[in-house]
Design a protein. Structure first.
Length: 317
């Protein structure tokens, strides 16, 4: 038992230090939904729907918010790039049609706006590692130009630092140019990745996907307070979010789990803890890692024991 705790502590330290990351970066092509809203009032329109302020976003400015329902639960991620009278909305895998329906149905009769499907036209790359900016520098991109508040143009691509992880660089690029761009990154030290690499790296880096960002969950449960602006104009779910913020009471919290055995995905009953939901799980080099929502009152426990006997250590995300 003591050895198990030592192993868990060692692996937790490895995550904190980023030891699992590639020395430069892995190139992940991430399935995503991408929509475009065109028209002079596109930012004003998004401001009525998204959970953060968009109306004053400068050209090439970046905003990271959520699209929620009236109950405050998450319908989609909304990472926005302002291109003037056009805005790109980067969302979760598989949510494009429903998000575009929300965007289109909310257009006032006196505003001339068009919502377009760019799922196939634009690809989403995440460059994740200890030194992703070195790969970009090799392409002639000034690393100091890349940050979380704006998008940097490079040829026909848009580049920005991921809001949830400073070791991750997001790139939006026309799909027809994606392979050539990846080859250029590889020539500058990056490594192509597999789907398994992506799932493992995003769990260890705390990057959330549609497995967490969905209608089962509330932003505060996922630690996404900065994705919600309670001081802006009204948006769907704002009343619920304001009530949660004022009461300061959470039912659940997101944590990372580690185990030598396979961690069961989905809902489980844990003795003395209650119901938990493992949203994502993957095997890594020395065991298994997962993201899970557990009762907030139990967020500081050291270990969980599943019904099948699997023991998992608990880490903050």
């Amino acid at each position: 038992m003591q050895t198990g705790h030592a192993d868990a502590a060692s692996r937790s330290d490895e995550t904190m230090s980023g030891a699992y990351l590639h020395p430069l970066a892995r190139v992940h092509v991430v399935p995503s939904s991408i929509s475009v809203v065109e028209g002079a009032t596109c930012l004003e329109h998004l401001n009525r729907i998204v959970s953060v302020e968009t109306q004053e976003l400068p050209v090439l400015g970046r905003a990271d918010g959520l699209i929620c329902n009236a109950n405050g639960r998450i319908l989609d991620n909304a990472t926005i790039c302002n291109l003037g009278e056009q805005a790109i909305i980067l969302g979760n895998e598989g949510t494009g049609d429903s998000t575009r329906e929300i965007l289109a149905s909310g257009i006032p009769w006196d505003e001339n706006l068009v919502v377009k499907d760019a799922d196939a036209a634009i690809s989403h790359i995440i460059l994740l590692g200890k030194a992703p900016l070195r790969c970009l520098a090799g392409l002639g991109i000034n690393p100091t130009d890349v940050g979380t508040e704006r998008w940097t143009e490079y040829g026909n691509s848009l580049i920005s630092t991921h809001r949830q992880c400073e070791d991750a660089i997001q790139i939006l690029i026309p799909s027809g140019h994606c392979e050539a761009f990846i080859s250029a990154l590889v020539n500058n030290g990056a490594k192509r990745s597999s789907l398994h690499d992506w799932v493992r790296d995003r769990i260890l880096s705390g990057l959330l996907s549609h497995h967490e960002l969905n209608s089962q969950n509330l932003p505060f449960e996922l630690g996404l307070e900065e994705f919600v602006a309670l001081d802006k104009g009204c948006y769907p779910g704002q009343e619920i979010h304001a009530r949660m913020e004022s009461r300061g009471a959470l039912a659940r919290s997101l944590v990372r789990l580690r185990s030598n055995g396979q961690i069961p995905q989905g809902k489980s009953k844990i003795e003395a803890i209650g119901s938990i939901t493992v949203t994502s799980t993957c095997q890594d080099d020395i065991g298994y890692v997962a993201l899970a929502l557990i009762p907030h009152a139990a967020a500081d426990v050291a270990t969980l024991v599943f019904e099948d006997g699997t023991v998992a250590s608990v880490e903050s995300v």
